[in-house]
Design a protein around this ligand. Structure first.
Ligand code: GRF
Length: 200
């Protein structure tokens, strides 16, 4: 059995979708959810809908700055993950750059879903930036997390078109639909092969 932790900061539609999708697989389970913001509605939704799923809301501490702040926060996240014997971390709209504490403990075990066809449009606001550039297509990528911002090896990616007359919200919706389809495929890969390696 492989234990997956999901980390999220915002609305959490990917997190909820993964929790639901994982029910179909025998060899993977969502072991816990970590949320790093006070504003995300996700902990309440998950506690109500999935009362057996451990949820940790772990906020960065005030007072510290820069790397000290990141290290202290990630150390508390790591403690929570260790209690659940986590094998893989799925970032699902987690808005912090992952630092050395988590990267060293989970080398090639942290995955992210990014709303563009990488290496195009790394960073924030990718759907909007692509839309404003009037691209004819964009995409969704799932990749391993490394030290950079959206630079790790891609595991799976797919394109979607921008259609005539699309508003930004139509365009984003088409992208999100693809996100919800693609991220569970990684659960399936781990379920079937018990592993996931860069370049495999
Ligand atoms: C998604 O667009 C994902 O690709 C990006 O952050 C967004 C999170 O959305 N990394 P949600 O919170 O899962 O709805």
């Amino acid at each position: 059995m492989k234990n997956i932790a999901i980390m999220a900061s915002g609305a959490g539609t990917n997190a909820l979708n993964l929790i639901e999708a994982a029910k179909a697989f025998k060899n993977v389970r969502i072991a816990c959810l970590v949320v790093d913001t006070a504003s995300s509605p996700l902990p309440e939704i998950v506690r109500r809908k999935y009362p057996m799923l451990p949820v940790h809301r772990i906020l960065p501490m005030g007072g510290l700055k820069g790397n000290d702040r990141k290290n202290e926060h990630e150390t508390r996240v790591l403690e929570a993950l260790r209690n659940h014997e986590v094998d893989f971390i799925f970032l699902a709209g987690y808005m912090r750059i992952i630092g050395s504490v988590l990267l060293n403990s989970y080398e090639n075990k942290i995955l992210n879903i990014h709303p563009s066809f990488l290496p195009s449009y790394p960073g924030i606001d990718s759907y909007r930036r692509a839309f404003e550039d009037r691209v004819s297509e964009s995409g969704v990528s799932i990749h391993f997390v490394d030290k950079g911002v959206d630079t790790g090896p891609v595991i799976l990616q797919e394109k979607f078109p921008r259609l005539e007359g699309d508003t930004l919200s139509d365009f984003i919706q088409r992208g999100k639909n693809l996100e919800w389809k693609l991220y569970p495929k990684i659960l399936e890969k781990i379920n079937d092969s018990a592993t996931l390696l860069p370049g495999a």
